[in-house]
Design a protein around this ligand. Structure first.
Ligand code: XMP
Length: 464
């Protein structure tokens, strides 16, 4: 599938993904590549324009991330339009000509026409609102002369067709978690190859209330051939006596792979493994080198240990909001498509310290009440992620005139764009009040509810 392409060249800034998504929101296909990608590789993609992104001024600490010597001068001689973002760009091009304001009242964008280089002076805080911006539209549609041929309905149809050609009558397998990405990937592959796709749903017992059954209901609705593995006891046994968060994560990740492996062997003769990898995962692993904060568990670890001829990643070119659009195009319910993120290790990272079935059941109940009240308050699409945490802390209380010594539940709610940073969300007091009252009334083992008012950084979104 050929599409008009814009390339965002990443010079080490913070906003390359955000900008690429905003280009995509204008129906233009866009890829992010490191600043030192060889010209041949870039040209093979037949780009219609480049966008250079650099660190916003506040984050540069005097370091010139878009240093002149880093830019391959050849790139500037191709005659392909270049948009450099942020005021610092101005000093990088050895441009002596006077810059003429174009496109935007107030001189927000300036251009050196003979070289087809456009320099945009944008504050980092304005970048989030960039996609509806005349400046970007002007660059894409007028300067690069694009038509806007990147539409999610076409993408879904084209992908189903090419999967049909590729996989034919061979067998494929997929690990389903009930999350948006793996579900959309599976439904898409199912549309292409029907029952030659087998999905494996590992229920590790760390899901929310009724979640396992709900997730199976969705797979049934689409007629996905799904094997449910009830592995609750197996996971709890492995986790007995373990309270270190990283150790808990590692055990769950490894056990997940073991269970999946066993089931895959039972099916046998599988050529393809389907994964719900999305574009930010590819960018992160290709251009960034960040330190480990937490060892994330998802099915990304599978290929090393299981024998497949090939991996199929139908969503590898898509950002999350595009995956959602494709999901809707495929007929997946809005409730699932707009599901809040849920971590692979599930409630294990929300019940602090050693896990027991009793603790998990208390947390499930409190978390259910919290989500129910948030939905009633019509905040479920407003807050990016919200969940209850069983702190493991016990404190003294009083109920019906009697002393109690019971658990403390914490409420977490954050807004975020990409989970790298997050801001705590101010739930209205009345809603907090009804959540708290219901939790202490309906969960006998809880006598105290607290509200987490920390952003990320310095806290992370999950507590473990
Ligand atoms: P933190 O806690 O690191 O979380 O601020 C950032 C986002 O990632 C989710 N998360 C995970 N997702 N596997 C996942 O697929 C994991 O192991 C995992 N751990 C955290 C978390 O819910 C938040 O949205």
């Amino acid at each position: 599938m050929e599409h008009e392409t814009i390339i965002v060249l990443d010079f080490g800034g913070l906003y390359e993904q955000l900008i690429a998504r905003q280009v995509r929101a204008n129906n233009i296909y866009c890829e992010v590549l490191p600043f030192d990608t060889p010209i041949n590789t870039l040209m093979a993609k037949q780009p219609k324009g480049f966008i250079f992104t650099e660190k916003p001024i506040a984050a540069t600490d005097g370091v010139d991330s878009l240093a002149g010597e880093k830019i391959n001068q050849g790139l500037l001689e191709l005659g392909i339009p270049v948009l450099g973002i942020s005021a610092k760009s101005l000093s990088q091009f050895n441009i002596n000509e006077a810059l003429e304001p174009i496109g935007q009242p107030g001189g927000l964008i300036s251009a050196v026409k003979q070289k087809n280089i456009y320099l945009a002076d944008i504050n980092p805080e304005d970048i989030a609102a960039f996609h509806g911006n005349e400046l970007l539209e002007h660059f894409l549609y007028n300067i690069c002369g694009l038509n806007g041929d990147w539409l999610m309905s076409d993408f879904a149809e084209g992908m189903v067709e090419s999967l049909k050609q590729k996989v034919g009558s061979k067998k494929a397998i997929c690990a389903l978690s009930g999350g948006v990405d793996s579900t959309v990937a599976a439904v898409m592959v199912h549309k292409a190859i029907g029952n030659n796709l087998t999905c494996i749903f590992v229920d590790h017992g760390l899901m929310r209330l009724n979640e396992g059954d709900e997730v199976m209901g969705i797979f049934d609705k689409f007629g996905l051939n799904t094997v449910r593995v009830n592995a609750q006891d197996r996971f709890l046994n492995k986790l007995k006596g373990v309270s270190n968060p990283e150790e808990k994560r590692k055990i769950i990740g490894e056990e997940f792979i073991r269970v999946f492996e066993e089931e895959a062997k039972k099916i046998g003769g599988v050529d393809y493994l389907v994964q719900g990898t999305i574009y930010p995962d590819i960018i992160e692993s290709g251009t960034k080198n960040s330190g480990l904060v937490k060892s994330h568990h998802n099915v990304g670890g599978l290929p090393d240990v299981i024998d497949f001829k090939e991996i199929i990643e139908p969503l590898r070119d898509l950002f999350k909001d595009e995956v959602r659009k494709v999901g809707l195009t495929l007929g997946i319910d809005e409730d699932l498509v707009y599901r809040q993120p849920f971590p692979g290790p599930g409630l294990a990272v929300r019940s602090l310290g050693e896990l027991t079935k009793e603790k998990l059941d208390i947390l499930r109940q409190a978390d259910f009440i919290y989500r129910d009240e948030i939905k009633k308050a019509k905040l479920d699409r407003v807050i990016w992620q919200y969940f209850a945490v069983l702190t493991g802390l016990k404190s003294v209380g009083v109920k019906s005139g009697e002393r109690t010594y019971s658990y403390t539940i914490a409420l977490r709610a954050v807004t975020s764009v990409d989970a790298m940073t997050a801001t705590w969300y101010p739930i209205p007091f009345e809603t907090l009040d009804s959540i708290s009252k219901r939790i202490v009334n309906e969960c006998p083992q809880v006598n105290r509810v607290v509200y987490d008012i920390t952003s990320k950084p310095p806290a992370t979104i999950e507590w473990e």
